[in-house]
Design a protein around this ligand. Structure first.
Ligand SMILES: [Zn+2]
Length: 376
């Protein structure tokens, strides 16, 4: 595609580590630049649960994720488009990445409706699913996914893919990979078609990333990496249930794909980042981007990150503890509130607890990212 050569380089490696494969980089988007390595918090319903855009900016969040399928079902991409796009809809002016909806539709396929029917069916042309809101039937195809993501007006869109489960069904993983490859080509074609409008106006179209599948199988992962990197994507993602969920396997996959991943494109491990150690391990291996629901979800469920490990705020030992969650943390919560106060808010189920806890866990992740960047 001719798009990127018309504009400044979208991805630039600014420094490479001398001791491992980690690298510092910068990605330029229509809503500003952000640095890599980067942790991106998921804002599924066009909101990072319990915190507002002002909180996110203070925490130092540089880019967040929204969910294509959820937003398409409610309030609908057309409404968001008519209201000026997802940035203005949610009051966030920095970069946004949208997932393709493939993971969500796949996760529906594991659930059943009240009638015992599977909530989603994978077809060759896309994924048919029942809405979790009202049971209505929908078909999401690669073209539809790309169209929705363009309408949302995000900065980075993802090719439509089929997520592969973390199991040893090789035949299924191969079929899902082949579908993902076909869908990647169709996604790219649709994206290029929709990008013309931007180019005619002298504007930069969103960036598009392709997704490598192949389950837990080395030959399939390598085949998928070769195929996806041969296409004209702006960035390369590693997808599948295994990534981030099964860390020993994730690291193995990254290691054997190392030589197949182009140096000059950002690398994104999808759904990875439930602990500091997971992030440290993949950054060492040259991964630039990651997202995970764990830091915010764990915060809401009473698990707070500290340098010494997670702290369970419901524990009675915090009832009279006047210390901050983490004495080394510079977040709003740690600067102003004690463990005793958070323990109290959590015990009486006050909504302020959710905000304060989320601020802390996200800031903990961003402080980790800052430290890793400095060490490169
Ligand atoms: Zn804190």
């Amino acid at each position: 595609m001719v798009t990127q050569c018309l504009f400044n380089k979208m991805f630039e490696i600014t420094k490479k580590s001398k001791k491992d494969k980690s690298r510092l980089g910068k990605i330029s988007t229509n809503h500003g630049d952000f640095q890599t390595p980067i942790f991106m918090p998921p804002g599924t319903q066009a909101t990072v649960k319990a915190v507002g855009p002002d909180d996110l900016a203070k925490i130092g969040i540089e880019i967040l994720l929204v969910n294509t399928l959820h937003l398409s079902l409610q309030p609908g991409e057309n409404l968001i488009y008519d209201l000026g796009g997802v940035h203005s809809f949610m009051g966030w002016s920095r970069p946004i990445l949208s997932d393709s909806g493939g993971f969500q539709a796949w996760s529906f396929s594991k659930n059943r409706t009240k009638n015992g029917k599977k909530m989603a069916k994978i077809r060759e042309d896309g994924i048919e699913f029942s809405s979790p809101i009202d049971g209505s039937k929908h078909l999401i195809t690669p073209e539809k996914s790309i169209e929705i993501q363009h309408k949302l007006g995000v900065d980075i869109i993802m090719a439509f893919d089929e997520c592969t489960p973390d199991n040893d069904d090789r035949e299924y993983a191969k079929k899902a990979m082949e579908r993902t490859h076909q869908w990647a080509q169709r996604s790219l074609k649709k994206h290029q078609e929709l990008s013309k409008v931007y180019l005619e106006k002298g504007k930069k179209p969103p960036l598009i990333f392709g997704i490598i599948q192949g389950g837990i199988f080395e030959d399939l992962r390598k085949e998928s990496a070769k195929f996806i990197t041969s296409l004209d994507f702006d960035g390369i993602a590693l997808g599948g249930e295994t990534i981030g969920y099964n860390m020993p396997r994730t690291l193995e996959i990254i290691d054997y794909l190392q030589d197949l991943l182009p140096e000059d494109k950002p690398r994104y491990t999808m759904g990875l980042g439930s602990s500091a150690q997971d992030i440290i391990e993949v950054v060492k291996r040259g991964i630039d981007m990651f997202d995970c629901v764990a830091p915010t979800r764990m915060a809401r469920h009473g698990s707070l990150y500290t340098e010494q490990g997670n702290l369970r705020i419901s524990n009675n030992c915090f009832e009279k503890d006047n210390n901050p969650i983490d004495k080394n943390c510079d977040c709003y919560t740690c600067q102003n509130f004690s463990r005793a106060y958070l323990h109290h808010l959590y015990s009486v189920k006050e909504s302020l607890y959710l905000r304060l806890a989320t601020i802390h866990n996200l800031r903990f992740m961003m402080n980790l990212i800052q430290r890793l960047r400095k060490e490169i």
